[in-house]
Design a protein around this ligand. Structure first.
Ligand code: NOJ
Ligand code: CA
Length: 508
């Protein structure tokens, strides 16, 4: 039964990332919007997810697709109005879906009134809301890979930005900034949101000495390495605030440091993040050695701390997993079994339930300065072009095979990727072992990753064959195929054979 256990909802949940500008378009301008999303909630309910996380929909000049915010408490007209967001929250809640927003604490847009004031003169009261220096150090920014400092002609100093120059970093060491950003969280929590995905939250504390970082000389950007004690103090403040609201509101942090042991610290003593994204699987190729390592790291580094893991294969910043696995739908489907059966909360990125690949971006269609358009293509709803996007052509070209992979087509086909995701989510919902049970690796062929999940007498075995040839996985007792990534033999006694690049969930 869903959510009928005393553990919090987010441990039982599957969370779906909506990239609003590519989900669904209601007003025909070629850009997804909140009304479009609200009108398509059926899709998410039938899929069986528990919560939506929306990438930013706030007012923004859109230099970084909304991660450059100029008003944290209003909706950008591109996506609709505050009333549309209220309506979405109400409709989602009516269907038992939680709604999480994207909170971007590290930086604002350079068009935010706070920064406009701050840069207006050295003695402006908001000068210290951002980070100004006479001399830059060697810190390197993400997205364009250039210096993290930009010279301001008017006030004759450099300001710091871990991302684009249009995204100046806030100075969280200033208590007025802390108060102002807390107000933002209060605003949304009072409107009923269930929590936040917190953008690069490990970046808010800065090294007070502003010393050069040798890793930047080697080309590393600050977002991958910034790890300061002060960020933990900020997080404890955010957690106290969120916990003061009823209803298990949640903070999920984007701690983009590629060391699980370091990321573990951001859970604090259950007084910082509820969950943190786990990045290594987002980089992982289709390789059992790499996945074994990712899983063992999570079990070893998070397990003893009782820090709840998360799993994600695709998002808006990275190539989709099907594309990373050489375009193979079979591998992408087997990976879905893996994603939805590991210990922790899985995140599905919109379109992966359709088996989408990255879209092909040319110099003419390129939008993102960071080259991340591939995974951001609009969802194909209908077979016929423009695939449910009436009116103007959407802002990015569709992914390959948009007609065959359209929701409309897959909905009617039990053996589709969408059908598989629905069966997987339903299976997870009925299995306590899959949601909350322990994870234990089983000995097997090196190309086969096999594990047991168990809890209170409920038990599942999961076997994933990474090889492009059949493998046997003999079992002493009779097990039944509950789910197969290719749908073959579901409901039958497991034969002990795994087809090439096939994954199965077995039950008794
Ligand atoms: C991480 C977000 O996921 C990414 O899209 C964005 O560019 C940076 N943070 C900056 O906000
Ligand atoms: Ca629109």
């Amino acid at each position: 039964m869903p959510n009928s256990f005393p553990s919090p909802w987010w441990k039982n949940a599957v969370i779906y990332q909506v990239y609003p500008r590519s989900f669904a378009d209601a007003n025909g301008d070629g850009i997804g919007d909140l009304s479009g999303l609200t009108a398509r909630l059926d899709h998410l309910q039938h899929l069986g997810v528990d919560a939506l996380w929306l990438s930013p929909v706030f007012r923004s000049p859109m230099c970084d697709a909304g991660y450059d915010i100029c008003d944290y408490t209003d909706v950008d007209p591109l996506f609709g109005t505050l009333a549309h967001l209220d309506e979405l929250i109400a409709q989602a809640h009516g269907r038992g879906l939680k709604v999480l927003l994207d909170f971007v604490p590290n930086h604002t847009s350079d068009q935010h009134p706070w920064f406009i004031e701050s840069r207006s003169s050295r003695d402006n009261p908001k000068r210290d809301w951002y980070i100004w220096r006479d001399q830059p150090n060697n810190w390197r920014a993400s997205i364009d890979g250039g210096s993290a400092w930009t010279w301001d002609e008017t006030s004759q100093q450099y300001y710091l930005h871990f991302f684009l120059p249009q995204q100046p970093d806030l100075n969280w060491h200033n208590p007025e900034v802390v108060t102002a950003m807390h107000q933002v969280l209060h605003f949304w929590l009072q409107r009923g949101v269930d929590g936040f995905r917190v953008d690069v939250v490990h970046c808010v504390g800065k090294d007070p000495s502003f010393a050069d970082d040798p890793r930047c000389m080697a080309g590393e950007t600050m977002v991958k390495i910034n790890d300061q004690p002060y960020s933990h103090e900020v997080l404890r403040g955010l957690r106290r605030l969120v916990d003061s609201y009823p209803g298990e509101r949640v903070l999920i942090g984007e701690v983009n440091i590629r060391s699980t042991a370091q990321v573990a610290a951001y859970y604090g003593a259950s007084d910082e993040l509820h969950m943190s994204f786990n990045f290594p699987p987002l980089d992982a190729p289709w390789d059992p050695v790499v996945f074994r390592m990712c899983i063992r790291e999570v079990e070893n580094d998070l397990g003893p701390l009782l820090a709840w893991p998360t799993w994600v294969l695709s998002n808006h910043d990275n190539s989709r997993h099907r594309s990373r696995y050489g375009g193979s739908l079979r591998r992408a489907q087997a990976a879905a079994v893996l994603l939805l059966t590991l210990r922790g909360t899985p995140f599905i990125y919109q379109g992966e339930e359709l088996g989408l690949e990255d879209t092909v971006v040319t110099a003419q269609t390129r939008v993102d300065p960071g080259g991340r358009d591939g995974s951001r293509a609009p969802l194909p709803w209908a077979v016929q072009a423009p695939h449910g996007w009436a009116g103007a052509a959407p802002w990015l070209p569709f992914a390959p095979d948009a007609d065959a992979l359209a929701v409309e087509v897959q909905e009617g086909a039990a053996d589709s990727t969408l059908g598989l995701y629905r069966r997987l989510l339903a299976c997870r919902r009925r299995s306590l072992a899959l949601r909350l049970g322990a994870w234990e690796e089983l000995p097997s062929h090196p190309q086969v990753l096999a594990y047991r999940r168990h809890c209170d007498g409920d038990e599942r075995l999961v076997c994933i064959n990474f090889a492009d040839s059949e493998h046997t996985f003999p079992l002493a007792e009779a097990w039944q195929v509950e789910i197969a990534s290719d749908g073959v033999d579901e409901g039958q006694v497991f034969s002990g054979r795994l087809a090439a690049e096939q994954a199965v969930i077995l039950c008794r």
